[in-house]
Design a protein around this ligand. Structure first.
Ligand code: GLA
Length: 693
């Protein structure tokens, strides 16, 4: 009996271990790999290509992303032998394999047999075969086909130890011409609404049906709010619900696929490659369904960026923000990081030599567990002819990007030797750690009803984010379901939709000693997007120690001035006109317009903590920076003063600096720091890694 019990115990331990395997061991730091599409190259080149991937130092290979036709050339006839062969070749080269579900590229026979699964655009046009991502993930017929091919793949490879993980689909939502306006989506939207509201009366109330007689009598009458078929723009409440539904349905589709993969696999992790900063699909909704959180990022594709070299370096803040968001959801990293020039920008310049290497080191510093690049070989046919890969068009010569990936991998291998499992986050950094609270609902609601063309929600967020990075404050981007109570600082920018619970949590947080920073447009509406039947933004008056009776915004070309500590700042998009209560400190005032002298930013001490309310959105974010800097200084956390495009992070004992500016930058290292990679003076597009003694 005793033996049986201990055997059972051992088995349970083993099963437990199998369910929580260490897919991304800490001491490995970061691993680098590449996409390879064997189905697009002659069989006799597979072994050579795989060897060359290994010679570049890559540690894993990513396959099967758009290969549905090759996996199921006719309905129900599966062919995975070619994939098996490549998995074998990869394993012989010591490469781990990420396999993909092919749902982003349904084969012609499927679409011919079931044209109803194709998505419909806002003009009512059904898409056709001839490009990827043309099917509607809300179509039950399509979902059945996806479930079948996923099941076959998972049965075949789910227990294959050579397969390390899975990627579902490709950039869900990106290529779909926006939303799908198909009947299948409309039908699911109605079901979702029924579930949310229960009765049509409740929906009418939430959507404000009394305005313009927009009353529904039953759920079947509801259509997707489509700007193309509405005489005046959509009802904002209906649109907000549709956006919520759409993100939910994307997460539901991912979960459907993830569940199948999990059912048949034991030791493999599952992810999808989300679009960086995409507003339509919310990765946070996939917590619990996915094991890793990866995304795609192409920093250089013709945008200008900051400074003369910005167009060759990419946007430091956007990249880092993604890391700081996705890292909180699980093991994370970019699944597609640019390998060189791309083909789809307005113009497609070269990244600055060294920039690709720098991006990889930035990912390392920000805590990424993996970096993968799209793609190994440059395509010779198809839509992406001018897209670089790690190999040139001859299929064998490493490209400049290929050499940079190789060098980065060498660096990581070197850094692994210096890994110290006992490394603790430096106290000063921990004391500045900031929760950055975002909600997709807010972003949708504000963007749906901006009130001024000058407003840009993402740009507003990034003004604060850049200020934080320049102060070398570690940032965790959190959705409101997460606990922020332990952070010394919380920034919640333009937090338009609130409920009582959030206000209670904010109040408790501050009373207990936290520093809360709220910004313009906060708490104007409830979770349905209705204004309060109360004073404007009244639910936060006690919290911020002030009233916000009104706001202003200025026409394009007109700039208002705000003054703080004797410095002038320009604004134009949004200005809350604040009336502080007695005891609330004035931080900034309007210096012109008919409300000259009125407060633009205030600070309220509440219990052991403070609430800073910055009611104005300045053109360049300098006021936001200066007020944050003052607050962090007063809180005793000695903020740094870096260029916001010179990113300094700490990870597992390593300090990492990456220079996205067009100037030389000095790393903030002590005199006896050990410089492991790079130099103290970092060139544009360069990086340095060091350890403090
Ligand atoms: C996206 C896609 C890839 C590929 C690249 C090209 O990120 O996910 O399949 O098309 O763009 O840059």
């Amino acid at each position: 009996m005793k033996v049986l019990i201990s055997c059972l115990f051992l088995l349970a331990v083993q099963l437990g271990a199998a369910q929580n395997p260490d897919w991304f061991p800490r001491q490995q730091l970061l691993t680098i790999g590449v996409y390879y599409y064997p189905e697009a190259w002659p069989e006799e080149q597979w072994a050579r290509d795989m060897d060359n991937i290994r010679h570049l130092g890559m540690e894993f290979v990513h396959m099967g992303e758009f290969a549905w036709y090759f996996e199921e050339p006719q309905e129900g006839q599966y062919n995975f032998d070619w994939l098996e062969k490549n998995i074998d070749l990869a394993a012989k080269d010591g490469l781990k394999v990420i396999l993909c579900t092919p749902s982003a590229a349904p084969p012609v026979w499927l679409l011919q047999k079931h044209p109803e699964v194709l998505m419909v655009d806002a003009q009512g046009r059904r898409m056709q075969f001839g490009a990827r991502a043309n099917a509607d993930w809300n179509s039950p017929v399509f979902r059945d086909y996806v479930a079948k091919i996923d099941t076959e793949l998972a049965k075949r490879f789910g227990h294959d130890p050579r397969v390390w993980g899975w990627q579902i689909d490709n950039e869900l939502g990106h290529y779909g011409r926006g939303f799908s306006y198909s009947e299948a989506t409309a039908q699911r939207f109605r079901e979702w609404l029924k579930n949310r509201y229960g009765t049509i009366e409740k929906l009418n109330q939430a959507w404000g049906g009394s305005f313009w007689s927009l009353m529904y009598q039953n759920f079947d009458q509801i259509q997707i709010p489509n700007p193309e078929t509405l005489v005046e723009g959509p009802n904002p409440h209906a649109l907000l619900d549709f956006e919520r539904f759409w993100a939910w349905s994307a997460a539901d589709y991912l979960k459907m696929q993830a569940d199948i993969l999990h059912r048949y696999s034991q030791n493999q992790w599952v992810t999808t490659n989300f679009m960086a900063m995409d507003g339509m699909v919310n990765p946070a909704l996939s917590q619990g369904a996915l094991d890793a959180f990866t995304w795609t990022i192409y920093p250089v594709h013709g945008g200008l960026g900051d400074g003369p070299l910005g167009f060759r370096l990419g946007n430091a803040s956007v990249m880092n923000f993604m890391h700081d968001f996705m890292r909180l959801l699980g093991p994370s990293g970019p699944m597609e990081l640019q390998p060189g020039q791309v083909n789809w920008g307005q113009v497609n310049p070269w990244p600055l030599p060294g920039a690709i290497h720098m991006w990889i080191m930035q990912a390392f510093g920000a805590g990424a567990k993996l970096v993968c690049t799209y793609r190994y070989r440059q395509p010779l046919v198809g839509r992406e002819l001018y897209h670089k890969g790690l190999a040139e068009t001859d299929g064998v010569t490493p490209s400049i990007g290929g050499r940079e990936y190789e060098a980065a991998m060498r660096d990581i291998i070197e850094l692994r030797k210096h890994y110290d499992e006992n490394a603790q986050e430096p106290k000063l950094l921990a004391s500045r750690r900031t929760a950055f609270l975002i909600s997709f609902d807010n972003r949708w609601d504000i963007e749906n009803h901006k009130q001024t063309v000058r407003w840009n929600t993402l740009a507003h967020w990034l003004k604060y984010y850049r200020a934080l990075k320049s102060m070398m404050a570690p940032v965790d981007v959190l959705t409101p379901d997460r606990d922020f109570s332990k952070y010394p600082f919380v920034v919640a920018p333009a937090y338009q939709l609130v409920d009582e619970d959030l206000i209670r949590r904010w109040t408790e947080y501050v009373t207990n000693g936290g520093h809360l920073i709220l910004t313009c447009r906060t708490a104007q509406k409830d979770m349905e997007g209705h204004l309060w039947e109360a004073k404007w933004a009244e639910p936060i008056y006690d919290l911020i120690g002030a009233r916000i009776p009104r706001y202003d915004d200025l026409p394009v070309g007109v700039e208002g001035t705000v003054v703080a500590n004797g410095r002038n700042y320009k604004w134009g998009s949004w200005g809350d006109l604040i009336e502080p209560r007695t005891g609330t400190q004035l931080l900034a005032t309007y210096a012109d317009q008919f409300y000259k002298g009125q407060a633009a930013a205030v600070q309220h001490t509440l219990g052991k903590g403070t609430v800073t309310y910055i009611g104005v959105d300045t053109l360049d974010g300098k006021l936001e920076h200066d007020l944050l800097y003052r607050l962090y200084t007063a809180a005793g956390v000695a903020p740094a003063s870096l260029d916001p495009d010179f990113i300094v992070d700490w990870r597992d004992g390593f300090w990492v600096a990456t220079n996205f500016t067009s100037k030389l930058q000095m790393i903030p290292a002590s005199a006896n720091a050990e410089i492991l990679l790079g130099k103290r003076l970092v060139a544009p597009g360069g990086f340095a890694v060091w350890k403090e003694k």
